[in-house]
Structure formats: C-alpha cells, structure tokens
Design a protein around this ligand. Structure first.
Ligand code: IDP
Ligand code: MG
Length: 137
C-alpha cells in the first residue's frame, strides 16, 4: 500500500463541541502524520468548490450554509492507505449507520452534523487538498 495524503476537515460542529483534539488524536494514534493544519472559516465560493459534486442535491444549500457557519480545522494527513483508513475511522455518512468505534458513531447523531470530512478516494484527495492548502496545488 502506497503512502498517500488525504484531506480531513474537523467541521464547525467539531470546533463547537471541542472535539478537534479527540479527532486529530485518533488519527495520530493510528500512526498517521499531520503534514498541514489550519483553522479557517470558508466563504461560500470555496465551500461550493469543495462540495461541488453535491450541487443540485436537496441538502446542498444547507450543507454550504453549515460548513461556512463558523471556523473549521483543515488537515493534510499522510500515511499508508490513509484515504481508506480515515474513511474507516470517521464511519458512514449517517452516524446511525456508522460502525461502532468510529468518530461519527461515537460522537454524532445526524448526517447534517457528522463532525468530520475525509476524502473518499485518491482522485477526491487530489482535487480537495489544493482547495485548502497551496502546498498541495
Ligand atoms: P461524506 O461526508 O461521508 O463523504 P457525502 O455523501 O460526500 O458524505 O456528503 C457530504 C456531506 O453532506 C455529509 O458529510 C453530510 O454532512 C451532508 N449530507 C449528505 N447527505 C445528506 C442528507 O441526506 N441530508 C443532509 N445532509 C447530508
Ligand atoms: Mg464525501
């Protein structure tokens, strides 16, 4: 398995609920390396670019409004198989369907407030990382 880099976002609900340390700590304890990390508040344009694949879906406006509602913490995280590994660790999109022990199952209740984003493929990671970090452009 190759060394990869993925984009992780601790979304505004994670900041609000003081769960950034918990989330980043879990990634570090698995052995993944934080290569970049920044707190920022997204404007609508950047949020729409990040979530472009969902444009036109019924939840899109709510999603953009939520992700721009307050600061988030963006991370570039590196490791062997990190893209799939982080998807495992955050759990399914709907916390009710997320595996026990995953972040979403342990700490979240609803899809709209599921705490964390992780790129879902190598192609998504390549597209998403430069939206947040110039160094990955
Ligand atoms: P993911 O975050 O697990 O990759 P996606 O399908 O890419 O899930 O959706 C992006 C985000 O949009 C989700 O994390 C969730 O917050 C929100 N979302 C997805 N589906 C719904 C829905 O049916 N209702 C409300 N929000 C949704
Ligand atoms: Mg996704």
């Amino acid at each position: 398995m190759a060394v990869e880099t993925t984009l992780i976002l601790c979304k505004p609900d994670a900041i609000e609920r003081r769960l950034v340390g918990e989330i980043v700590g879990r990634l570090e304890r698995r052995g993944y390396a934080v290569r970049a990390m920044q707190m920022m508040t997204l404007d609508k344009a950047r949020a729409k670019r990040h979530y472009g694949e969902h444009e036109g879906k019924p939840f899109f406006d709510e999603l953009v409004s939520f992700i721009t509602s307050g600061p988030l913490v963006a991370l570039a995280v590196e490791g062997e198989g990190v893209i799939e590994g982080c998807r495992q660790m955050i759990g399914a999109t709907d916390p009710l369907k997320a595996a026990p022990g995953s972040v979403r199952a342990d700490f979240a209740q609803t899809v709209g407030r599921n705490l964390v984003h992780a790129s879902d493929s190598a192609e998504s990671a390549r597209r998403e990382l430069p939206i947040f970090f110039d160094t990955f452009g």
